[in-house]
Design a protein around this ligand. Structure first.
Ligand SMILES: Cc1cc2nc3c(=O)[nH]c(=O)nc-3n(C[C@H](O)[C@H](O)[C@H](O)COP(=O)(O)OP(=O)(O)OC[C@H]3O[C@@H](n4cnc5c(N)ncnc54)[C@H](O)[C@@H]3O)c2cc1C
Length: 391
């Protein structure tokens, strides 16, 4: 089967390709590398801004928010063109994909202009403060406390795994504002500037290597946050949490498809055993594209099928992890050499796209943990896709 698009979608693709041709930063210009998902070098800020101004940053948005009111299928080919060329559109992905999007869905007009637009234009960067030491999968157990005090909130508590926080200007922070309410009901969302008194960010290395410092612990000690920084209604943060992670979910599987594509491209099977798993990899990629395209067609018809996206997440992220584990095993001790390149350098990609097989395998756990672990997704599939009894 060959999937094709209508002429208007192909015209949209051609227009975007022409924009990339004319505007992509040169390699010499992009010499400074991003050190975390909150750090956007000057050239990458200009690149993001040029996409915003031309309506190509988030094409589904209206023009004032970096888009051109594109349809779901047009948004798909936009991501496809970026993936095919290994182009990163923003080096603050959580800022653009989750935080600005949440502000546009739940923020006031003033908050959109004050925070969302500067994040989209790469004038400031943002990090996501959801998880805590005792609240990851069970996010509703979060304990960071924000006491309403008239014109401000007083915040005390701790977040963890806060990607890019040490380089970010603001944190979208999930806090408990009513400790007496049932746990899903007493949560609110605050935008907290990172440079204020009482905010301490402690970056720590991931297990891929000491130089990979993207995670942070963030501590709040009597931090005064203006009441105007409340995003969405008081005590209705759960709705924002569900909305925040829902953004762009329809297209999230494309990232895993891209990862599978990259293993296919970068690994050459030599032995019969390698050829065997490589064939599985090819089939997994076809199956993911088929399932993803069916989900896309439903979304294009305006049908909401959120639980089905859990199937795509589990399947795509685990297929990529399996393939990367095989590639690491097949490459023997060389796979552990760090740093080692497994793909040609590309100045518009994140550097970990071409790192050692160990590094690439280790990073694949981001796909099976972040945004809801595979176990949590399987529970959703069991209950809401297969209709099995709830525990
Ligand atoms: C690369 C990466 C980036 C991240 N960035 C951010 C960020 O920017 N901001 C942020 O707030 N967080 C971030 N996180 C954190 C992420 O959201 C959490 O790691 C995730 O929600 C899981 O929570 P946890 O680590 O506390 O694990 P836990 O919830 O403690 O889970 C531990 C294990 O128990 C299993 N488990 C838990 N509950 C159940 C259950 N009910 N049924 C079956 N199994 C269960 C899990 O599947 C897992 O295997 C990031 C994580 C990663 C990997």
């Amino acid at each position: 089967m060959r999937l094709t698009f209508d002429a208007d979608v192909e015209a949209f693709r051609a227009e975007f390709a022409a924009f990339l041709e004319a505007n992509l930063p040169e390699e010499a210009e992009a010499a400074e590398r991003s050190r975390s998902t909150g750090h956007v070098p000057g050239w990458a800020r200009r690149w993001q801004r040029s996409q915003f101004d031309a309506g190509w940053l988030l094409p589904g948005n209206p023009p004032e928010y970096g888009g051109r009111n594109a349809t779901v299928l047009q948004q798909y080919v936009h991501v496809e063109e970026l993936s095919r060329r290994r182009i990163c559109r923003s080096y603050n992905p959580q800022g653009v994909g989750i935080i600005a999007a949440s502000l546009l869905s739940f923020g006031t007009e003033e908050q959109k202009l004050r925070w969302a637009v500067p994040i989209l234009r790469a004038e400031i960067t943002a990090a996501l403060g959801m998880s805590e030491p005792g609240a990851g999968s069970d996010l509703a157990s979060l304990r960071t406390r924000a006491e309403p005090k008239g014109d401000h909130f007083l915040v005390n508590g701790q977040k963890v795994w806060t990607s890019g926080a040490h380089d970010a200007d603001v944190l979208l922070t999930f806090v408990r504002t009513d400790p007496d309410a049932p746990k899903h009901r007493g949560i609110s969302v605050l935008l907290i500037p990172t440079d204020g008194p009482g905010v301490t960010r402690r970056p720590f290395a991931s297990y891929t290597g000491p130089e990979d410092k993207d995670f942070n612990e963030v501590f709040f000690e009597n931090v005064r946050v203006p009441a105007g920084n409340l995003v969405g209604p008081l005590n209705e943060g759960w709705r924002v949490a569900n909305g925040s992670l829902g953004h762009e979910r329809t297209l999230m599987w494309l990232g895993e498809a891209e990862r599978l594509d990259a293993v296919m491209r970068d690994f050459t099977p030599a032995t019969a055993l390698d050829k065997d798993w490589y064939a599985t990899l090819v089939m997994d990629l076809q199956a993911l594209r088929l399932l993803g395209s069916a989900a896309l067609a439903r979304a294009a018809r305006g049908e909401q099928d959120v639980p089905a996206l859990s199937v795509l997440k589990v399947f795509g992220s685990e297929a990529a992890q399996r393939a990367l584990e095989r590639a690491l095993e097949a490459s023997g001790p060389d796979g552990l050499v760090h740093p080692a390149a497994t793909a040609p350098y590309h100045h518009m990609s994140f550097d970990d796209d071409s790192a050692s097989w160990f590094n690439r395998f280790a990073r694949s756990f981001g796909g099976t943990i972040a945004g809801g672990t595979s176990e949590i997704q399987r529970t959703i599939i069991a209950e809401r896709v297969l209709g099995l009894p709830r525990r």
